[in-house]
Every structure is written in structure tokens, then in C-alpha cells.
Ligand binder design. Structure first.
Ligand code: CTP
Length: 398
């Protein structure tokens, strides 16, 4: 969002106070924010507040001669890379749906060809009202994009759907939007993610600390880049990214079977799963009883799933992950050669704030002849950068 010009429309509703935080968060991401308030919005928050937060004079009227002389409403519409209306009241959406140009915000929305995002905020009955539902459907059919609303407690004391999405979630949703590209268009991508769990008996298992967040972010980023994505997931507590086909597995043996079944015909395989390296030779059919002498587990190695996929002919373009706590790049390079893969993303899981279960990560992507470092960032942002690079490497492979 760095350098992006966002016109933030604020309409009349108690959630207008949350738009103050939204301005701050957008500016933190490097966006320029121009606030346009409806007259009703000024009854909830003063223009002075938004002026201080955005660092730009706030526009409230079509009839402000001085402001119009500085930047007319048509110029204002052209200035914006996109328009975000938060909160979008029932009244504002009704006017937008019917093309009213009776105030500055409505006029700017008519005079733009840029994407317009709406974050509705209203009482749950107003949101469910047939008139609002019809207006929203009309707006969506004309390309307006909806952000929320959320469910929860409302300012009126009732509970239901109609709360404005939280500013942080709005910013995240906006940050993802321009990431749609066609870098992987027409390609099939198979991603694995999360841990595998190896049962010891009906109640116990061997596991690891993988949360699956990085792999899910990679699957989402690949889908947004136009790929047809299948995600093979170990037991994790994460929602399936939109448009992604998901297959759940539990053990390394199940992962291997699914990967070998799915990989033929796939263009790119990205293996981020933290596969358990060992399993018990035999899973006990009944719960093992606790005794004073302790327990010895007879562990046998699991297959190397990625190395097995690398034996397929024709071989897909293969990207592995290397979770290391020391000698990160050296160990990762060895795995690249040993597993016969094209790229490996080396991940220092001992680094504070990164790695397993964290929301951020830092990676070095290593190929046979080059390497690229990706600085610490949110996992989705990192996944997006990784997918861009993987796409370039895939397209330029010999
Ligand atoms: N991998 C795999 N099957 C395994 C182990 C690992 O497919 N049995 C894949 C992972 O999905 C990852 C890459 O191989 O893409 C490297 O995984 P990692 O756990 O870092 O390495 P290991 O091969 O397990 O080596 P070590 O545990 O000794 O570091």
C-alpha cells in the first residue's frame, strides 16, 4: 500500500470513530489518505480530528469554494487509486446504489473508475432489511466490493450482523486486493502445510509445532496469482483460503499417498509441511497403560515425501522449506541437492518472532545458482513475495 492514494469516505454512524484508527493504520502502511465526510458524519466526529490524523484538509461539501478551487471534485475522484467508505451507512449505500450526486462523496463515487470498497455499519435489522439487501446486491453487481460487516455487539445494545469490520482487518483485506495477478495463471499448484501427527495409541501421538500458517498463506497467495491450487493440510486450526481445494491428512503416510496421487500433471509443488521424521513401528490398538518403569517407543523413519515426489516423471517444479535452528543457509543448500528439488525456502525458526506459530517470518529462497532474501514480514506478505519469485523462476527454468 506504500504510496497508494486512498480516498476514505466517512458516512454518518457511530462507527465513524473507528475510521480515525483506520486513517492511522493506512498511513502506517505508507498510504496517502484524503478524507471525505458526509454531513451526517461530521455530527459524530469533527473534520479537525481527521485532518490531524490524515495530514490533509478534510472535504465535506460540494459547495466549499476554496477547497473546490484547490482540487475540484472531479480531480479528487481522479486523484484516488481507490475509494474506501468506512463506515458505509444504510443511507449512503442507498444513495450510491441509485447514483445520487447530491453530496461530495456520492459525486466522487460517480466520477471514478477506480475500485470502491464499502465497510457497512448499521443495526442488524437495518442490515437485514430487504431494501438494504437489494441495494447491496445492486452495488455488488456494479463492482463495489464489500468489506464485512461483522457480527457482534452493536452500539444500540443489540447483537447481530452489522458491526463495522475492525480497522486492522479492513487494512489487511485492502492490502490483499492488489495482489491479484496472473503470474501463475493457467498453472496447477500443489501445496502441503501444517504438521503430520503420528499416532502412538488411540489417544497419544508424536507431533510438532507447525501451525500451517505459512503454507496456508502460500496457498492463498498462489490462488490470488491465478493458479488452480490444491492444499494438502495436516491437522491445523485454519480456514481454507477462498478458491482453494483442500485435502486433510493426519500422518506422513497419508500425506505421501495424497501427494503421489495429486502431483501428476501439477506444474509446481510447494512443500511447507513439517513432516514428522519418525513414527512408531506399530500403533498400539489400545491405550498404553502408565507404569512405574516408563516406556520405550520403537521409532522407524518416515518416508521423505518431497524426495518421493521428486522421483515422478515428468517431475513438477519443486519448492521445499527448510526449518533450521543453526547453519540455516548451509543446511538448506544441502537439502536442495539431497532432495533433488528446484528451490528451497530456508527459515530460521529460532529467530524471535519468526517461525512456528508466529505471524511473521523471514526467509531466504535458495536455487542452484541464486538466492533471494525476504526480510521479516507478515506471513501473507512474505507468501506473496515468495510466489512472485517462484513464478519468475518457474517461467525462466531451462
Ligand atoms: N519433508 C518431507 N518429508 C519428510 C521430511 C521433510 O517431504 N519426511 C520436506 C518438508 O516438507 C520440507 C523439506 O522436506 O519441504 C525439508 O524439511 P525439514 O524438516 O527441514 O528437513 P528434513 O528432511 O526433515 O531434515 P532434518 O529434520 O534433518 O532437518
Amino acid at each position: 500500500m506504500n504510496g497508494e492514494k486512498i480516498l476514505l469516505g466517512v458516512s454518518g454512524g457511530i462507527a465513524a470513530y473507528k475510521a480515525c484508527e483506520l486513517v492511522r493504520r493506512l498511513r502506517e502502511r505508507g498510504a496517502e489518505v484524503q478524507v471525505v465526510m458526509t454531513e451526517n458524519a461530521t455530527r459524530f466526529v469533527t473534520p479537525a480530528t481527521f485532518q490531524a490524523l490524515s495530514g490533509r484538509p478534510v472535504r465535506t461539501s460540494l459547495w466549499d469554494e476554496a477547497a473546490e478551487a484547490a482540487m475540484g471534485h472531479i480531480e479528487l475522484a481522479r486523484w484516488a487509486d481507490r475509494i474506501v467508505i468506512a463506515p458505509a451507512s444504510a443511507e449512503t449505500m442507498a444513495r450510491l446504489a441509485h447514483g445520487h450526486a447530491s453530496d461530495l462523496l456520492g459525486t466522487v463515487c460517480l466520477a471514478t473508475d477506480r475500485p470502491v470498497f464499502l465497510a457497512p455499519a448499521m443495526n442488524h435489522l437495518m442490515w437485514r432489511n430487504a431494501a438494504t439487501t437489494a441495494n447491496v446486491a445492486l452495488l455488488q453487481s456494479r463492482g463495489f466490493r464489500m468489506l464485512g460487516p461483522d457480527r457482534g455487539e452493536q452500539a444500540c445494545g443489540e447483537t447481530g450482523e452489522g458491526r463495522m469490520m475492525e480497522p486492522a482487518a479492513i487494512v489487511d483485506a485492502l492490502a490483499k486486493w492488489p495482489l491479484r495477478s496472473d503470474r501463475l495463471a493457467g498453472l496447477r499448484v500443489l501445496v502441503n502445510a501444517g504438521p503430520t501427527l503420528e499416532d502412538i495409541d488411540p489417544v497419544r501421538y508424536i507431533g510438532n509445532r507447525s501451525s500451517g500458517k505459512m503454507g496456508f498463506a502460500v496457498a492463498e497467495a498462489a490462488q490470488l496469482a491465478g493458479a488452480d491450487v490444491c492444499l494438502v493440510a495436516g491437522p491445523v486450526n485454519l480456514p481454507t483460503p477462498a478458491g482453494v481445494r483442500r485435502i486433510d491428512i493426519r500422518s506422513a503416510a497419508q500425506l505421501l499417498a495424497v501427494m503421489l496421487a495429486e502431483a501428476p500433471g501439477v506444474d509446481i509443488v510447494i512443500a511447507s509441511a513439517a513432516v514428522a521424521d519418525f513414527r512408531v513401528r506399530e500403533i498400539a490398538p489400545q491405550k498404553i497403560k502408565r507404569g512405574p518403569e516408563g516406556i520405550h517407543l520403537d521409532l522407524v523413519p518416515n518416508p521423505d515425501v518431497l524426495a518421493e515426489v521428486a522421483r515422478l516423471q515428468p517431475k513438477p517444479f519443486l519448492v521445499g522449506f527448510a526449518a533450521e535452528t543453526e547453519n540455516v543457509l548451509e543446511y538448506a543448500r544441502r537439502k536442495l541437492a539431497k532432495k533433488n528439488i528446484d528451490l528451497i525456502a530456508a527459515n530460521d525458526v529460532a529467530r524471535p518472532g519468526c517461525g512456528f506459530d508466529a505471524n511473521e517470518n523471514a526467509l531466504t529462497l535458495i536455487g542452484a545458482e541464486s538466492q533471494w532474501h525476504f526480510a521479516q514480514a507478515g506471513k501473507f506478505e512474505l507468501a506473496r513475495q515468495l510466489i512472485d519469485r517462484i513464478a519468475l523462476c518457474f517461467r525462466s527454468r531451462s
